[in-house]
Ligand binder design. Structure first.
Ligand code: NAD
Length: 482
């Protein structure tokens, strides 16, 4: 199978003819190729998107009324739901994620498109009090052509939250999916054309980050860039954007803490805590990867968690186990090396999951691992693993818990488990994170809930109405009439 870029509502081969192998993570076998795009392909896509916008918002996409735009997005959401199984199969093969997880991703994508479809005709400006003799109003206009650099962990969901919001605001999009997860995104661009989005509204250029991705983030025609991925690459994208005064939303990594107090409902908390680190095999920016437990219940919690971890299995997508393989050989080697280093440093394993008998030895499987008594300054407590590895550590009181929780460079999500309502609210205000869940953990969940980080977890917000506003340019019009 050979997949090309999707530009101007058509499949377009990379102009150099260069291609990248697409590998099935559950077997390590290549099964398709994608185009290895470069700056020329990006230029082609940006030009198509600029034509869809027109010079004065008079292009075939920009001139649609909000109702027409919203209706197209509703139709897109419905088409995604109709194609959910096809999209999930494609995604599971491409990324290794369990088929059920890929189905959930397709359902969440449809929900993002539906949410933003419903926002289009509620996006309005204000009239503002000003000097006598004036009427002042604001209007929210599209920014223009927006760039979207998407990682491989949740391609469909991240497409939904960034492309969905941008389209709702009236922009045209150029998307650069991850080289390890381009297939669902290419199909989504085709589906957009099938439901009637004008040519150039959604364009996809595949390729390597340092080539197509770098060209997109540096392109002067891109007026807003959204990036989800690693902290290091985020800095490169942010710098390229800053050099040409382009607004950027950077959704980067995390080392998100879950704070478990001795009055918490453990029956409610523990399954959520396990799921928050093993979902998508731990390849989730908002994974709850640090577990801070009040000392009085520490041993009891570890015993119970150890039993749950021992039952976790990894296997191919079709087996629908708790976890699939990791996405590629590089991530596999990286996560294994971290686990080995942590053990060599003397940090103890409390429990391990298993790799299912039916899994290929050549697949990129990593069993879940629970480490205990993890020193707060160790690599495991400080750095993102991006695998199913949970770092547990005890704390004595609330102040110590907050200091531990805030003691990394990251600040994406935090979870607090306690029956003490005042403590929950107090901590919610003290924790350095973009989202705090009380007696729950959403791993960035909630289409309607603004999501993003502080500190090295990035800036700007995705999801919810907040994200939509970020994709608009606010214009103030001051009219003197006296
Ligand atoms: P990455 O950040 O390098 O890749 C993410 C996206 O950025 C991909 O589409 C990639 O092609 C693109 N990209 C890479 N280099 C680029 C550049 N110079 N300019 C513009 N775009 C570029 O991530 P990775 O190498 O695939 O994974 C490495 C680590 O990143 C993981 O171990 C994990 O810690 C982290 N990660 C985080 C997320 C997240 O959701 N926050 C997602 C994926 C990876």
């Amino acid at each position: 199978m050979q997949f090309d870029h999707y530009i101007d509502n058509a499949r377009v081969a990379p102009h150099t003819g260069a291609r990248i192998d697409v590998v099935d993570p559950s077997t390590g076998e290549p099964f398709a190729t994608i185009g290895r795009g470069d700056a020329t392909d990006v230029q082609h896509a940006v030009s198509a998107a600029q034509r869809a916008m027109g010079d004065t918002l008079d292009g075939p996409w920009a001139k649609l009324s909000p109702v027409e735009r919203g209706n197209l997005l509703f139709a897109y959401a419905a088409a995604v739901s109709r194609h959910a199984d096809e999209l999930a199969q494609l995604e599971a093969r491409d990324t290794g994620k369990a088929l059920n997880t890929a189905r959930t991703d397709a359902a969440v994508l449809a929900r993002y498109l539906q949410y933003y479809a419903g926002c289009v005709d509620k996006l309005h400006g204000d009239t503002l009090p000003y000097t006598a003799g004036f009427t002042v109003l604001t209007v929210r206009e599209p920014i223009g052509v927006t760039g979207h650099i998407i990682p491989w962990n949740y391609p469909m969901q991240i497409y939904g939250r960034s492309v969905g919001a941008s389209l709702a605001a009236g922009n045209a999009c150029v998307v650069k999916p991850a080289e390890d997860a381009s297939l669902s995104i290419l199909r989504l661009a085709e589906i957009a054309a099938e439901v009637g989005f004008p040519a150039g509204t959604v364009n996809v250029v595949t390729g390597l980050g340092g080539e197509a991705g770098a060209a997109l983030s540096a392109h002067p025609g891109i007026r807003h860039i959204s990036f989800t991925g690693s902290t290091g690459t985020g800095a490169l994208v942010g710098r390229a954007a800053a050099e040409r005064h382009c607004p950027a939303v950077l959704e980067l990594g995390g080392k998100s803490p879950q704070l478990l107090f001795d009055d918490a409902d453990l029956d409610q908390a523990l399954p959520v805590i396990v799921n928050a680190i093993v979902q998508n095999a731990g390849q989730t920016c908002s994974a709850g990867s640090r577990l801070l437990v009040q000392r009085a219940i520490y041993e009891r919690v570890l015993d119970r968690l150890a039993q749950q971890f021992a039952r976790l299995r990894s296997g191919p997508p079709s087996m629908n186990l708790e976890m699939g393989p990791l996405v590629n050989a590089k991530q596999h080697a990286r996560v294994r090396a971290i686990v080995e280093r942590v053990q060599a440093d003397g940090i103890r394993v409390a429990a391990r999951g298993t790799i299912a008998a039916g899994a290929s030895g050549a697949g990129y499987y990593q069993e879940a691992v629970l480490f205990r008594d993890v020193p707060p300054d160790s690599e495991l407590a400080q750095e993102e693993v991006f695998g199913p590895v949970l770092a547990a550590m005890p704390f004595d009181d609330e102040d110590a818990a907050v200091a531990l929780a805030n003691g990394t460079q990251y600040g994406l999500v935090a979870g607090v488990w306690t029956r003490d309502g005042a403590r929950a609210l107090r901590l919610a205000r003290k924790l350095q994170a973009g989202q705090v869940f009380i007696n729950n953990y959403g791993a960035g969940g909630g289409v309607e809930l603004p999501f993003g980080g502080v500190k090295a977890s990035g800036y700007g917000r995705e999801k919810g109405f907040e994200a939509l506003l970020g994709f608009t340019a606010l214009k103030t019009i001051a009219i003197r009439h006296d």
